[in-house]
Write a protein that binds this ligand. Structure first.
Ligand code: PEP
Ligand code: MN
Length: 632
């Protein structure tokens, strides 16, 4: 059952309740949400659950209707994130696990690992114990294979995913492995499930060959009921009458599982199809369906592979797939991050006078796009701090080198966000990265509200602009500006009037338990906002391909042309050019420019000097790595 606690419950009341619950010999879990705190009580409850409603501080007792309890969304409304070393599965970035079916030999395994790491995999797969259909097939290298996997992790930084086939292997495997895989054939091996439930290592639970989603979730429940909540589900195809493919990929499992459970889900298109050319289309479809990640078999010489060669991708196919996913992911609210592991390392390092790791500052609150940009760029788990003004973010970044800020600079529909361009001019900070988010605006209100009955809508002024065509159809509505989208949702909630609505993203609706009255009201679905990451010093090492500058030129014919000529001669692409008034000189302008250029490239070393000589004012804003441009 679920006990919803009142906000006003005192520690003494909570203790009395817990004392009583402990008598039930159940699993008790306290879940603190944004809006309410609940106690999940799972097990055989002897008393009528209404008894618990009589306790002071308890507002409601609700039975959990599903046979699986701990994995159920009824108990745990927010999606869970499972950490595998630095990798957050179920977070805002897509997690791609890649590697061979089985570990075959040291050199080849390391070669495959280097290749998948280079193209964006963040975890490495490889079986050391292979559950094969035939006892005469390659069974894996056993501990020798685990040692090779440990070497892969040591060299590449990739966490290791490998299969456990029997409880007796547990002691050996925990020494080597970061994520333990339970194979399809073992999904209902209950002793094995209980064993991994007690190991305290994250578990990748594959769906059985012929198991229903409910049976799969019950298998996960076994692991959670032993105290291990770090479970990732993996759909790898089920057996149907179709024989063309090895299995039939059940992609509907993704939205179903997302609704029924808080656990993350990934897709295995390799075992689902069994055919190399079918792997990439299904991988792309899995991401589009909303999966949190993929597990893909890759081999440098699949024709020589000891298992599953025909379904293993060549490294260059894997590379192409990752490039496609990089473009697709932002459409479904995720990112592929080619610097995932490097970022994690940079964020762990103590910096600044206080020698503390970096903290990320953003404008808004959870549920706003500023928060989402942070989570997608740095990861869901990174320490973040919310600010109420952009100026304060810039100021704080200036004062503390351990602080990085995230600020929007441009929307693809409404153009530049000048406030932040002006702050980039004023403050001595550097742009160290960028990210583009797809922005979907939803009309949010009470479940019983009708669009025809609305008379007031709250949101940020820029949001109204991005939805102008929709509002042109409703000229009588009062559009009321608030400081951010979440503030609008909260205002509607507070006013408790079904004639009012707000515009915000889906996360905000979910967070505050409001309804989406109309989805996607932005004027075009190709609506992206670009955010820059600012820091006092350069923060990331590694490739950089974009440079931003501000400059002004003398008031003479051809002066601007003289500067543009430099880029033309060097074949440097100008991706953005905008003029802004110079605050100190009326009717004179500063040029803000984004260039596809790496300043560290030897062809470009003299370019800044040449440019400075032809300008009156010059400021280098930063040299950084270009973010995903999504579909353009
Ligand atoms: C594997 O991942 O190589 C494997 C054997 O998978 P499954 O259990 O899904 O068949
Ligand atoms: Mn395999």
């Amino acid at each position: 059952m679920i006990l919803v606690l009142e906000k006003t419950i005192t520690p003494e009341q909570k203790e009395r309740l817990n004392q009583e619950l402990r008598k039930e010999n159940c699993i008790i879990k306290e879940i603190i949400g944004v809006e309410e705190t609940i106690l999940g009580v799972v097990g055989k409850i002897s008393r009528d659950i209404r008894y618990y409603e009589t306790f002071p501080g308890v507002s409601k007792a609700i039975p959990i209707s599903k046979p699986y309890k701990l994995v159920s969304r009824e108990l745990h409304r927010d999606a869970s994130v499972v950490m595998v070393r630095d990798v957050a599965v179920g977070g805002d970035r897509l997690v791609v696990i890649a590697g061979p079916c089985g570990v075959e030999d040291r050199t080849r395994t390391l070669d495959i690992a280097r290749a998948v790491r280079k193209h964006g995999a963040v975890l490495f797969r490889g079986g050391a114990f292979k559950p094969r259909t035939s006892p005469y097939s390659f069974q894996g290298l056993g501990e020798e294979g685990l040692k090779i996997l440990a070497e892969v992790r040591e060299e590449t930084g990739l966490g290791i995913v490998t299969e456990i086939v029997a409880p007796s292997q547990a002691d050996l495997l925990v020494k080597y492995v970061d994520l333990l895989q339970i194979g399809a054939r073992n999904m209902q091996n209950f002793e094995l499930l209980k064993t991994v439930g007690r190991l305290g290592k994250p578990v990748l639970l594959k769906r059985g060959l012929a198991n229903t989603i409910e049976e799969w979730l019950m298998a996960a429940e076994y692991i959670l009921s032993e105290g291990n909540e770090q479970v990732i589900l993996c759909e790898r195809g089920i057996r149907t009458f179709e024989t063309y493919t090895r299995n039939t990929l059940d992609l509907t499992a993704v939205p179903i599982v997302k609704k029924l459970t808080h656990l993350p889900i990934i897709i295995d298109p390799s075992h689902a199809t069994g055919i190399r050319e079918k792997v990439c289309p299904m991988a792309r479809a899995g991401v589009a369906a909303g999966a949190d990640g993929l597990i893909i078999e890759v081999h440098t010489e699949p024709e020589k592979a000891l298992s599953d060669g025909p379904q293993s991708l060549y490294p260059d196919q894997f590379e192409q797939l990752m490039r496609d996913l990089y473009v697709i992911a932002p459409v479904v609210g995720k990112q592929v991050d080619f610097r995932y592991l490097e970022k994690a390392e940079a964020l762990r390092k103590p910096i600044g006078k206080a020698q503390s790791p970096a903290k990320i500052l953003y404008h808004g609150v959870p549920g706003t796009s500023g928060h989402k940009a942070c989570a997608q760029y740095f990861g869901t788990q990174t320490p973040m701090e919310s600010f109420t003004s952009y100026r304060n973010i810039f100021q704080q970044v200036m004062e503390d080198s351990a602080c990085l800020g995230v600020a929007p600079v441009e929307n693809s529909l409404t153009g530049s966000i000048h406030e932040n361009y002006d702050l980039l001019l004023e403050y001595d900070v550097k742009i160290v990265g960028e990210i583009a988010l797809r922005i979907v605006h939803n009309l949010i209100g009470f479940p019983d509200a009708k669009i025809e009955g609305l008379n007031k809508v709250y949101s940020h002024p820029l949001v109204f602009e991005q939805c102008r065509e929709f509002f042109n159809q409703h000229p009588s509505w009062d559009l009321i500006a608030v400081k951010d989208t979440v503030a609008g949702v909260l205002r509607v909630k507070e006013n408790n009037d079904p004639k009012e609505a707000a515009i915000a993203n889906q996360e905000a609706a979910e967070l505050f338990h409001m309804s989406i009255l109309k989805k996607g009201i932005e004027t075009t679905p190709r609506n992206f906002t670009r955010f820059v990451v600012i820091a006092r010093e350069d923060f990331f090492t590694g490739p950089k391909d974009k440079t931003s500058v501000i400059y002004s030129v003398s008031d003479n014919p051809g002066a601007l042309h003289e500067t543009l000529k430099i880029f033309a001669e060097k074949q440097i692409n100008i991706v953005k050019l905008e003029s802004r008034p110079d605050p100190n000189k009326p009717w004179q302008y500063l040029f803000y420019m984004d260039l596809e250029m790496d300043l560290e490239n030897e062809n470009n070393l003299d370019i800044l000097e040449t440019l400075k000589n032809k300008t009156e004012f010059f400021k280098l804003l930063g040299n950084y790595q270009k973010g995903p441009q999504a579909i353009t």
